[in-house]
Design a protein around this ligand. Sequence first.
Ligand SMILES: Cc1cc2nc3c(=O)[nH]c(=O)nc-3n(C[C@H](O)[C@H](O)[C@H](O)COP(=O)(O)OP(=O)(O)OC[C@H]3O[C@@H](n4cnc5c(N)ncnc54)[C@H](O)[C@@H]3O)c2cc1C
Length: 351
Amino acid sequence: MQTDYLIIGQGITGTMLSWQLIEAGASVMVLDAPNGKGASQVASGVINPVTGRHLLRSWDIEKFMPIAVQAYRDLEQVLKKPLIRQCNILNFHPTPQMHLTFRERLAEMPEYLHQPDNEAQFREWFQFDFGVGETRPCWLIDLHSLLQTWRAQLLANGQLRETVFKSEDCEVGPDAVLYQDIQASAIIYCDGAASINNPYFNQLPFAPNKGQALIVSVPGLPQLYNYKQGINLLPWKENQFWAGASFEWNFEHDRPTAVFRDKTIAQLKRWLKLPFEVVDHLSALRPATLERRPFVGLHPVYPRVGIFNGMGTKGCSLSPYFAREFAQHLLHQSPITPAADVQRFTRILSR
Ligand SMILES: Cc1cc2nc3c(=O)[nH]c(=O)nc-3n(C[C@H](O)[C@H](O)[C@H](O)COP(=O)(O)OP(=O)(O)OC[C@H]3O[C@@H](n4cnc5c(N)ncnc54)[C@H](O)[C@@H]3O)c2cc1C
């Protein structure tokens, strides 16, 4: 069979890129491992305009967030599923210092940071000593529903195969890419943390980061906010919350650990006044990069091979913007944002 683009992986990057290419009239074939447990399956799905302990404005968030919100709303129409909702973050300051930092930033970022009117209302559910702040607007993406529904649509249209791609069986020629019975104009790797071992891109400065989360049921806790005190506790399925995550730079494997589970349970017991029960434990590697910027574009030496990766902790907010940009680049040679363009590594990738 013949296709314009062979896409490896159907996490959030493969989903967004395949959607953008199909919307623009191109043909795609997506290959994704059956029952894959990539980062997008484990992620909480938050878009937060304010990052980290120092409450800094996320990179170019004014540019990325509106495009992302619109993309998920458009996909809701295409897939006829609710996929995005506003879910603001309630920051229960864990230390007096964090309270001070929040108060300082409040004046600098009035468009995102707010003081809730009546923080006493949260004492019914939480134990806290240093006040509460709110980050608004934040968004919650139902990644499970998005990935599953888009996958079902691709499968129904013969545009996805559930199979493990083997790069050693793929032939990249001057005029086409051949893999089994597939002939494509180009192959685009959207394979997340697996790209660390990719023969074309393994020299890129990836810095994989392990993240774990518990799924807990907390009857009686309203699913209105992303509650945060060191960890996030945010709406998951009915009556369930996603509690996490770890940011591990040193790890022996990508599986859940008892250390994380015990630490998170202890943290929840100190913070929550309601009883809870652990129902699942998730873990995956984030495809993070040393520079904290994505890898988007075509290989400088093999122009039929591309990459869409390196979303780190921000796949939900970054991938809609860069999928659109990359699709336009593939189809109309329009430029890619230099900070994300993989051509910035031409010297390394030409070795
Ligand atoms: C605990 C945790 C919480 C997170 N929370 C958030 C959050 O709230 N908001 C946010 O924006 N980001 C969050 N992230 C980060 C986010 O998950 C990533 O940025 C994003 O999912 C990366 O998407 P991806 O498509 O690049 O990779 P992945 O989601 O890992 O997808 C890669 C896909 O490629 C497939 N694949 C790989 N190799 C092959 C092969 N050889 N053959 C076939 N298929 C293959 C895999 O099966 C997988 O389906 C979180 C991550 C973790 C771990």
